[in-house]
Write a protein of this length. Structure first.
Length: 230
């Protein structure tokens, strides 16, 4: 069992690594001049917001997690379009929409425990139907506009990875908003695909983010399943 003190120490080092690596890569990009200044700044702000968001999500914060999520998603949509990862961009669109729903769902009294944290729960059928429709529409979009987005046939494997990233991300977000511990297992798998795509698209700040997200996801698996057993 991880003690509260051990968890705090871990989170401090996690934040130091996250912010330190973000600043290092961001400054390196600025020095090389290969990436425009405004793109570097937006990516740095986006990933920092993302780090804070996933951290408070693990702790089941009902308000800040969703507000920070929407803020980070806005930057993610822009950055992933810029780096030609439409599957990940579409995922972020879904994340943004569901964070709005999550802000409503997670703040209802019946969904909060005595400490004001979100309770672990079960699937919502209406939300599941919406997710399935969004997945079908997203795959339809990627399939029909794939030739436009990936004109070079050599990039077809990137298109396939984007499709996988989209489906995994949507599934992970849905189960998380529905407050299910299994969501963190899906996030863990998603992070691996995101890492590959970010490396292939030379989006190194987001690649580092994927690694740190993976560590956070594993903590989420432990904490949410532990809470579900209580």
């Amino acid at each position: 069992m991880i003690s509260v003190k051990s968890e705090k120490i871990f989170r401090i080092f996690w934040y130091i690594a996250a912010f330190g690596l973000t600043l290092y890569v961001g400054i390196s990009d600025l020095q090389t001049g290969k990436i425009p200044f405004y793109v570097t700044v937006i990516s740095m702000i986006t990933v920092i917001l993302g780090y804070i968001c996933v951290s408070v999500l693990v702790s089941r914060s009902p308000v800040f997690s969703n507000v920070l999520g929407m803020s980070a998603n806005t930057g993610e949509i822009y950055m992933q379009i810029l780096f030609r990862n439409p599957g990940m961009a579409l995922s972020s669109v879904y994340y943004f929409i569901t964070h709005i729903f999550g802000l409503y769902l997670w703040t209802r009294k019946e969904n909060l425990d005595e400490e004001g944290k979100v309770k672990i729960s079960h699937t919502n059928k209406k939300a599941l139907i919406f997710t399935l429709i969004f997945c079908i529409a997203g795959i339809f979009f990627l399939y029909n506009y794939g030739d436009f987005l990936f004109k070079d046939k050599k990039n077809m494997y990137v298109f396939v990875l984007n499709s996988i990233a989209f489906l995994l991300g949507v599934a992970a977000q849905f189960t998380m908003i529905m407050r299910q511990p299994f969501s963190w297992i899906l996030w863990s798998i998603s992070n691996c695909v995101w890492f590959i795509l970010n490396i292939l698209s030379h989006n190194y700040i987001f690649a580092i983010q994927s690694v740190l997200y993976e560590i956070n996801a594993l903590v989420g698996v432990y904490k949410w399943y532990k809470e579900a057993r209580n």
